[in-house]
Ligand binder design. Structure first.
Ligand code: SAM
Length: 282
């Protein structure tokens, strides 16, 4: 008879060590009352790495030659990837009707390209939405090339984003006109059409890694929505400073509607665009 191995228990001390390591690497801060969450999310990793307990798993992450590969798997389980197409329509209308319309009137920062960045793109719904809206706005017909950069720390979501195949739930807020024009129905799934997929370039990028972030420059609009909430103030400051540097002068930054840069950065101007508050590089 098989006897199930006793379930590993995460001690307060090891929770502290794992939490600090995760924070150091991702900026994500697990509060004291989130111990159970970390415990349940990591249990599968212990099994996969044949670690009998959390102490052994922590040791693995610190010292094993395979540690960087395990870090990649860890990023997949500690991140929250909730997203959808056309998430927060009032903000997106401000982007299309306010920001894009202004860019069409006045041109982009420097080049003949409109450069957008979805800086925590999850499974791709956000960057594809931005690409579709920009196409719809007639960017190409005004002689501007459209480039959408989409980055995330989790390799797992990036793989899924690149497939560009979605279920009903992901497209639930998508206006009909977009659904018809930019998706192909494949059974019960919806595939983003290649002409939109080709506009988006997916890349792995950790927002708290300034050495990678400094490679992104010349952006006209950055979306960094619903990720700062997982960071503490120090990590937010670091990320927002990098985002600032990535933008062209007068470029725009959209953060989640429940997020704010109050106490985080004074570098941005808070401007009203189509009744929505948006940050603009001074
Ligand atoms: C809740 S989703 C938000 C997706 C999209 N921006 C939206 O608003 O719908 C948060 C994403 O941030 C990513 N993320 C978390 N920490 C990150 C980091 N340090 N660097 C880059 N991406 C990170 C997660 O992997 C996840 O896909």
């Amino acid at each position: 008879m098989d006897v199930a191995a006793p379930k590993a228990v995460l001690s307060q001390e090891t929770f502290g060590q794992l939490r600090d390591l995760i924070y150091e690497r991702t900026g994500i801060r697990f509060a004291d009352n989130k111990k159970y969450l970390l415990e349940s999310r990591l249990t599968r990793r212990l099994e996969e790495r044949n670690c009998p307990d959390f102490e052994a798993y922590y040791h693995f992450l610190k010292y094993d030659p395979e540690r960087e590969r395990e870090m990649t798997a860890l990023y997949n389980v500690v991140t929250t990837n909730e997203t959808s197409f056309f998430r927060d329509m009032p903000q997106l209308s401000a982007f299309a009707e306010g920001v894009l319309a202004e860019i069409l009137r006045n041109g982009t920062g420097a080049s003949r390209a409109l450069k957008l960045w979805s800086a925590a793109c999850s499974t791709g719904e956000e960057p594809y939405t931005l690409a579709m809206m920009a196409v719809e706005k007639g960017i190409a017909s005004r002689g501007l090339r459209l480039e959408v950069l989409a980055t995330d720390i989790s390799e797992m979501v990036l793989k899924s984003a690149q497939r560009g195949l979605y279920g009903e739930y992901a497209i639930r807020n998508t206006p009909d006109q977009y659904l018809k024009k930019y998706f192909a129905q494949e059974g019960s799934s919806y595939a983003v059409r290649p002409e939109v997929r080709d506009l988006v370039r997916f890349q792995h990028m950790n927002l708290v890694d300034p050495s990678r972030m400094k490679l992104v420059r010349g952006m006209d609009v950055v979306f960094c929505r619903n990720v700062l909430i997982y960071f503490d103030e120090a990590a937010k400051k670091k990320v927002v400073a990098s985002l600032y540097d990535s933008l062209n002068p007068k470029g725009y930054l959209f953060i989640g509607h429940s997020e704010s840069l109050h106490t985080i950065s004074r570098a941005f101007k808070l401007v009203t665009v189509n009744k929505m508050l948006v940050y603009q590089k001074a």
